[in-house]
Every structure is written in C-alpha cells, then in structure tokens.
Design a protein around this ligand. Structure first.
Ligand code: XIL
Length: 366
C-alpha cells in the first residue's frame, strides 16, 4: 500500500475547522466499515457467495436471496469477487451457450455500490464443464475454444474488472506445472499460459492480469516456480501484471511469517500483488463452539495477513473468501474444520473482524 500521508494530513486540518456534528457521519462510517477504514486506494473485498458448493446446501442462492447478506456486502466492501459465477462450469455450461446472468448481476451490484470487481478465473484445472473435459477435442479445437472463451468473457466486462485471475493454480505444491490435471497445459503445452494472458489483455487492456494460487503465501517450491515463470514471461513481453496469494489458512499450521517478504520479491519484479481468498479455518471443537482462544488466534492470522499486504507498496487489493460462516466452503471441503470467516452464521462480528478494522484504521492514520 502506497502512503497517502499528505492527503490524510490535509483532511485532518480540514476536519478541525468543521463543527463536530458535520464531521460525525463520516467518522461514524469509518468507525464501523472496512471499506471506509481502508487507506485511500486500498481495496478490501469479499467473495460473493453463489454457485459451487452452495448449490448442494439447504439454502437459496445467497447473493440474490439473503437481504441481510447483501446489505453487509454493500456496506463493508470496496471490492467483490464472484466465488463461482465466472468459472467455466458456471458461465459456459454448454459449448455454444454462455450464462452471464449471475456474473452480470454481480458486476451491476458492484457498480451501484461503487465497488471494483476481481474476475475469477480463466485458465484452471478445476470446475470445468463436462463438455470440455470429456469432449475429445483436437489441439486446434481446444485452442480455439479457450481463445473464444477468454475473448468473450473478458470482453463482455471490459473496463469493469480491476483485476483478472487469468491463470489459477497452475503449479502443484512441488512447483511442477500441472501437466496432467490441467487440460490446457496437458493438451496444448505450457505456452498456452502466455497465450491466455495475451488474449485477456487484447480483450481488456485496462484489467490487471494475475497469477493466483494457494500455498504460495511463503517462500517455497511453489512460489519459487511462479517467481521464475513470471520473470521468464516478462522477458518475453507477456502482459502479466500481478501475483496473488489466495491465503486459505488454517490454525493447524503456523502463520506463514515470510508472507511480506514473499510479496516483496514479486513487487520487486514490477508486479502488483494481492491477497485474494483469505479465510482462516480452525478445528471444530467439542460442543461445536470456538473457544475465545481459537478466535484470538484466528484474529491474529487475519491481522498479520492484512498487515503484510498493507506493508507492500503494490499490494492494494485484499479479499476475504466470504465474510460469514453461514456460507463458508470450509466445512464442505475440510472435514472437521470450520468457523473460518470474520462473522458468525448470524452475522455477528468476531474478533477477526475487529482485527481487520483496527489494522485498516491504523494504516490509514499512518
Ligand atoms: C471454491 C468455492 O468457494 C466453492 O464454492 C466451490 O465449490 C469450490 O471452489 N481456490 C480457488 C477458489 O481459486 O475458486 C475456490 O473456491 C477455493 C480454492
């Protein structure tokens, strides 16, 4: 996050000359909203719940049906990411048919509420439709399919997406390219990754184009693989603009203390960085209610992740993967773990929420 000290100082002087009452609504908003507490130019975001695991849960589509959810979504966040609604299986359900309704609704909601949007995602090994994975297409056909998809989806929202996760999770934890489970890399070779960035850039020259992955918060084999690949692509003039860490963290493991230095080494390559999917899961304790100690530890993970991003110049986008435990993917994907978000099922704020709010306020005041 770049410093906005001068602007803040000027505002402080202006505030002194205003009567107390006039200043109150503003400070009240700041007092209670993540988006208002954030330093100028720093975007605090959330995933917008819908699609994916939600489809098999006993509740209607959260984004379109839950009024309280929508209200908090608009009030608290300056950035939104469709959790599933722009993924291949959702947006491109048949070869000759796209379904833009949900993605359109999210982008329109964001504009009404003066939020930016992170697009997610274009080239991935997961959540691809059957027609694609089982289609037995030739190389030429697959290339044309990918190019058309990227051109269509990125083009549709051109100028309205701040950052696109162009390539998602292309390396395994050992830092090897996913040459087996990623259909694009398997069938078309690693060069297709550069092409995906080129096609996305042609469709929306204003969007910042990212690599995004999990388990790359610290310096390790996987983040090293990205560091090497990005340098290679930049040398070739490929339009890569950012590297982002998902940050699906668990209190089972220690906090990745080298997060900040890892972000810095990508920053040093001239890339933007971002935190895109932060949640902090914990073991569901006996009785099913997290202890105060568990919530404190969780809050600390949230605080440290945000602080690392705030400390790095080009890290201006910080997204949590949903804000309420009510709609979390965690209990569905990680047996015995849960309570990963900053609000309870009932939208009560947990210590993690206040950890974010206080850290933002402190950064804004710096
Ligand atoms: C998850 C969604 O939260 C679920 O609803 C869905 O069922 C599976 O995917 N990395 C990513 C995200 O890039 O897209 C994933 O989202 C979580 C891991």
């Amino acid at each position: 996050m770049r410093s906005v000290r001068t602007a803040t100082a000027a505002l402080a002087v202006a505030a002194l000359s205003l009567p107390l009452l006039a200043a109150a609504p503003h400070s009240e908003a700041r007092h209670d909203r993540l988006r208002a507490a954030a330093p100028e130019g720093f975007f605090v975001g959330t995933a917008v719940a819908g699609g994916g695991h939600h489809l098999s849960q006993p509740y209607p589509d959260p984004f379109t049906s839950d009024k309280q959810y929508r209200k908090i979504l608009a009030r608290q966040f300056g950035s939104v990411s469709p959790e599933n609604q722009m993924k291949w299986d959702f947006i491109h359900p048949e070869r000759d048919r796209y379904d833009f309704a949900a993605a359109d609704a999210i982008v329109a909601f964001a504009e009404r509420n003066r939020q930016v949007v992170r697009g997610h995602t274009l080239l991935w090994h997961s959540q691809n439709p059957e027609w694609l994975e089982q289609g037995n297409f030739s190389k030429e056909q697959l290339r044309a399919i990918l190019r058309e998809h990227i051109t269509t989806v990125v083009g549709r929202y051109a100028g309205r997406i701040q950052q696109w996760d162009v390539a998602n999770e292309i390396f395994d934890d050992q830092g090897r390219l996913r040459t087996q489970d990623n259909i694009w890399i398997r069938e078309l070779g690693p060069g297709v990754v550069a092409d995906a960035f080129r096609w996305a850039h042609a469709a929306d020259p204003r969007a910042k184009l990212f690599f995004n992955d999990y388990n790359v918060e610290g310096v390790n084999a996987k983040s090293n693989a990205y560091h090497t690949l990005v340098q290679d692509l930049l040398r070739q003039g490929v339009p890569v603009h950012g590297f982002s860490v998902q940050a699906h963290l668990s209190t089972r493991y220690g906090f990745p203390g080298d997060l900040e230095s890892n972000l810095r080494r990508f920053d040093a390559l001239g890339l933007e960085t971002a935190v895109t999917e932060l949640d902090v899961r914990m073991d569901v304790p006996e009785g099913g209610v997290p202890t105060a100690e568990q919530e404190r530890t969780q809050a600390e993970y949230y605080r440290r992740t945000l602080a690392a991003c705030l400390a790095v110049d080009g890290c201006d986008s910080f997204t949590i993967w949903g804000f309420t435990d009510k709609y979390s993917w965690v209990p569905v994907f990680f047996e015995g773990e849960g309570f990963a978000n900053v609000m309870t099922d009932e939208f009560e704020r947990k210590p993690a929420f206040y950890a974010l709010l206080d850290t933002l306020k402190a950064a804004r005041g710096r």
